[in-house]
Design a protein around this ligand. Structure first.
Ligand SMILES: [Zn+2]
Length: 174
């Protein structure tokens, strides 16, 4: 059964709930994360859902606003730490557009411990996606697209599963 787990539904300045982000649990048990909120509260949100990092090898980041991208630095730190402890197998892919990729590279370089940052680019892959580009993953085909936001450059995506089911993320614009 495919399951959608909402980690937060709040706007940027929310204090009584977490910022908008979620993950999908697929039939093979793998997890696909989208955005990560604005800080290390993401670690708690994932903990209360019994999130198994080892089952998550792909995530998508829609745009570079604080409430979506800062938590990604914590995800990178967490996954890098697990890798360094021999508790994470394989690579972790973060799909995002060029602006977000640049932000994540810079923020990780500036804030992470050297041995954690060493994983970025080798085992933690910041993978740039272009408007309209498709990527074939074992569980689905991911097609990213520019939602034409007038604020920050923002990409959504469509996941197409082998059985025809489609799941679309439109980002956070009204
Ligand atoms: Zn936003």
């Amino acid at each position: 059964m495919r399951k959608l787990v909402i980690l937060g539904t709040g706007f940027a300045m929310a204090t009584k709930c977490f910022n908008t982000c979620f993950f999908l649990e697929l039939e093979d048990g793998s997890l696909f994360l989208t955005d990560a909120g604005g800080g290390n509260g993401i670690l708690r949100q994932l903990e209360v859902t019994n999130f198994d990092y080892n089952k998550c090898h792909h995530m998508f980041v829609t745009h570079g606003h604080t409430d979506h991208v800062l938590g990604v630095v914590w995800i990178i730190r967490k996954v890098a730490d697990l890798m360094n402890k021999g508790k994470y197998d394989g690579k972790f892919h973060i799909y995002c557009h060029d602006v977000v990729k640049d932000m994540l590279e810079k923020m990780s370089a500036m804030t992470l411990k050297k041995k954690d940052f060493a994983r970025v680019g080798t085992d933690i892959i910041l993978q740039e996606v272009k408007d309209g580009e498709s990527i074939e993953l074992p569980q689905f085909k991911l097609t990213s697209f520019d939602i034409m936001s007038t604020k920050a450059k923002q990409f959504g995506y469509e996941l197409k599963f082998a059985d025809g089911l489609k799941f679309t993320c439109l980002g956070d614009e009204p």
